[in-house]
Ligand binder design. Structure first.
Ligand code: NAD
Ligand code: IPM
Ligand code: MN
Length: 369
């Protein structure tokens, strides 16, 4: 029994829709295991720009700092702030949270549920045995390098982005990947870069090799990012831990989501080194965005958000049995044949966001461990 503080930032588009379902599941976890979860909601993204003048306010940052963990929905996709001339971007909320809270390690597990092997665009025989973890560097690289601007020259406009990594930034993320690999079955790390082109990747490779020498028990390999994109859908089951820089990790995980059947299935945890009384402080969010094409229609798959909640229980609150209860509840509902539209296949029952959330919440209570 415990009392835990969670900051809840639903955001824009389907963010609030899926987060509501995760909170419904959290309530059932509290009731079943006798915990008190103190949740406090705040605005982020376009919703916060409208009401508070910025994508995330100082007060919301303070709320996050004082919490044990953050449950995040999605931001962006609101047309007023989309154009190249928009002064404020809803996505700024994410960058500020990640950078100021030093959440440099973004864990994105990809473990297709057995009952969903047919829902993927890939053949079940290729997916069989897939259980991989992408460790994406989250606070460096081209997302944060300066200068980053569009500027005037005598010959017209030009634009610059800067891809910078320090040895220290590379070392800590690669070490995180090796430590995680030690707790897994295949015990393998694939470091993904573009060392045939980029200086930052050549440094990445050098540091990765140095770190790998400390882990003789872990199989280690390098892969160029373009080849990795291909191998991910050619032989996904051969991967274990993939460690890579910020933008490569972003792109490869949208691709990898299709191994699990849908963008609506992949959760994530963003962690740093700060420990609270209960575990490692972190931010938890689906890898998908605000999905403006289906927002407000009760169509979004809430499972990525619910599985993100399971990661929150595991990593930030050290509630392993509770995390597993949530994961089992998701699996039971999938095994019973319920699907949201994104996973449509013959012989299944299509339900909306709300109904999927209700079914999973009920399964948490019904499951005995
Ligand atoms: P998206 O992830 O929002 O959507 C991509 C596709 O996947 C869409 O067809 C969408 O309908 C589908 N999809 C996504 N989540 C789904 C779910 N839970 N259930 C069913 N289908 C789902 O990516 P996008 O359309 O390229 O981006 C829209 C906006 O979201 C952009 O402004 C982008 O910056 C933002 N975004 C935010 C985050 C975040 O807040 N962490 C992440 C990615 C994108
Ligand atoms: C993600 C998103 C963000 C990113 C966007 C919204 C800035 O795509 O979390 O995967 O690129 O990091
Ligand atoms: Mn992304």
């Amino acid at each position: 029994m415990g009392t835990y503080k969670i900051a809840v930032l639903p955001g824009d588009g389907i963010g609030p829709e899926v987060t509501t379902q995760a909170l419904r599941v959290l309530e059932r976890v509290g009731a079943r295991f006798g915990h008190t979860f103190q949740t406090t909601q705040a605005l982020v993204g376009a919703a916060a720009i409208e009401a508070e003048g910025d994508a995330i306010s100082d007060a919301t940052m303070a709320l996050c700092q004082e919490s044990d963990a953050i449950l995040f929905g999605a931001v962006g996709g609101v047309s007023r702030y989309e154009g190249p001339n928009s002064k404020v971007q809803p996505e700024r909320a994410l960058f500020r949270l990640r950078k100021e809270l030093e959440l440099f390690a973004n864990l994105r597990p990809v473990r297709p549920f057995k009952a969903l092997l047919n829902a993927s665009t890939l053949k079940p025989s290729i997916l069989e045995g897939t259980d991989l973890l992408v460790v994406r560097e989250l606070t460096g690289g081209i997302y944060f390098g300066k200068p980053s601007e569009i500027r005037q020259t005598p010959h017209g406009l030009e634009a610059i982005d800067t891809l910078l990594y320090s040895e220290g930034e590379i070392e800590r993320i690669v070490r995180t990947a090796f430590e995680l690999a030690r707790g897994r079955t295949k015990k393998k790390v694939t470091s993904v870069d573009k060392a045939n082109v980029l200086s930052s990747s050549r440094l990445w490779r050098r540091v990765a090799e140095r770190v790998a020498a400390d882990y003789p028990d872990i199989t280690f390999e390098h892969l160029l990012v373009d080849a990795c994109a291909m191998h991910l859908i050619r032989r996904p089951a051969s991967f274990d831990v993939i460690v890579t820089e910020n933008m490569f990790g972003d792109i490869l995980t949208d691709e990898a989501s299709m191994l699990a059947g849908s963008m609506g299935m992949l959760p994530s945890a963003s962690l740093g080194t700060r420990q609270t009384a209960h575990g490692t402080f972190g931010l938890y969010e689906p890898i998908h965005g605000s999905a403006p094409d289906i927002a407000g229609q009760n169509k979004a798959n809430p499972i990525a958000s619910i599985l993100s909640l399971a990661m929150l229980l595991r990593h930030s609150l050290s509630l392993e049995a509770e995390a597993q209860a949530v994961e089992r509840a998701v699996e039971q509902v999938i095994d019973a044949g319920y699907r949201t539209e994104d996973l449509q296949e013959a012989g299944t029952t299509i339900v909306g966001t709300e109904e999927m959330g209700r079914l999973i919440a009920e399964a948490v209570t019904a499951t005995s461990s």
